[in-house]
Design a protein. Structure first.
Length: 355
């Protein structure tokens, strides 16, 4: 019950922040187009907002890839919010984990005059330049999870670092601070902005968990279940019975590890911790093939992201009109999901009920 109260309070805190911003935005939106930008004198270009209830608008979503459970949950969160806006078209692109395709897609959105872009940037530097070009063209950009250094209208971020800390804390409790662990981490190209393993390792160091030993570490390309499965098979061959637990930077990677562990006849002997709270991972926790995950609500995250993006469209807010030198970031929470509370999460979370 404590977990539930903590989660509800964190979600309410995020929603209160969003509501406050939207209320502020409504008063700004009531001003005539061309009014002074936020930030006062010298704050940037003038605001040129659009009527989000009446104008025909196009919003682009450019994920890492359209494959995978996370993208389906993100899309559902946006589609549900946009269902009350028949005048707004959501166009989804599939870059297939290719940053050069993401850049080309952003350029296409600029050429076609899209009204906003939500993107999970694959390569922070390369894609960041294209994001700046979109904002310079007056198109507000919301980055999702993976952030870039160039200032833009808005960023929303799942708690990857917190997810790592949650996983470390739970595995320390499970093994009484003594275990051999392997880490299956994000693709190497994304390590500059993805911090699951950093949170995990920092928790061990900061709490002097010296007998929680990381005996192997692997980056998994394309967040792939199949690659995680093969890597985990190789790790079992390499380390044998010395592996006590796996920490994975996403539930897809965790489920790939679960497949390899099942094939090796080691279900229950090697505990697997993931990150995300994907429906198939929750089922694996319920049936005992996966120990737990750091639950992050992608559905709620993208529901919030699309509402905030609509605010930017309505008010004409970009980094230039707002005078931003840094991107404002909304951070969403992570919390532990195990067999102890998985039924409650499945019953109450919209994300867990998506297929």
């Amino acid at each position: 019950m404590k977990n539930k109260k903590k989660v509800i309070s964190l979600i309410l805190a995020v929603l209160m922040l969003v509501s406050l911003t939207l209320i502020t935005g409504c008063s700004s939106g009531s001003e005539p187009a061309g009014s002074e930008a936020p930030g006062g004198e010298g704050g940037g270009a003038s605001l040129q907002g659009k009527n989000i209830e009446q104008e025909s608008l196009k919003i682009a979503f450019i994920p890492l890839s359209t494959s995978g459970v996370a993208c389906a949950m993100e899309l559902k969160g946006m589609e549900d919010q946009l269902s009350v806006y028949p005048n707004i078209e959501l166009v989804t692109f599939d870059p297939q984990y290719d940053p050069s395709k993401q850049v080309a897609m952003i350029e296409e959105c600029i050429t076609q005059g899209f009204d906003a872009i939500l993107i999970e940037p694959m390569d922070p530097e390369t894609v960041g330049i294209a994001i700046k070009n979109a904002e310079d063209a007056g198109i507000p950009v919301c980055t999702v999870n993976l952030q870039v250094s160039q200032p833009h209208a808005l960023g929303i971020k799942g708690s990857d670092y917190m997810a790592g800390q949650v996983g470390a804390e739970e595995l320390c409790k499970l093994f009484n601070d003594k275990a051999n662990i392997v880490i299956l981490d994000a693709p190497a190209a994304q390590m500059a902005s993805v911090r699951y393993s950093a949170g995990f390792e920092d928790y061990l160091k900061e709490n002097n968990k010296t007998e929680m030993k990381i005996i192997d570490y692997q980056n998994i390309d394309n967040w792939s279940v199949d690659i995680a499965n093969q890597v985990m098979r190789d790790l079992i061959t390499k380390h044998g019975d010395n592996i006590d637990a796996v920490f994975a930077a996403s539930d897809d990677l965790a489920l790939g590890a679960v497949q390899a562990i099942q094939a090796a006849g080691k279900t229950g002997k090697i505990k697997v911790w993931g990150a995300g709270g994907f429906p198939n991972a929750l089922k694996a926790i319920k049936d005992g093939s996966m120990y737990g995950t750091s639950f992050m609500d992608y559905y709620q995250e993208l529901s919030t992201a699309i509402l905030m993006t609509l605010y930017c469209v309505q008010t004409g807010l970009t980094y230039q009109t707002a005078g931003f030198t840094e991107t404002p970031i909304i951070q969403t929470p992570a919390f532990a999901c195990t067999a102890e509370n998985v039924d409650e999460i499945i019953a109450t979370s919209r994300q867990s009920q998506l297929q």
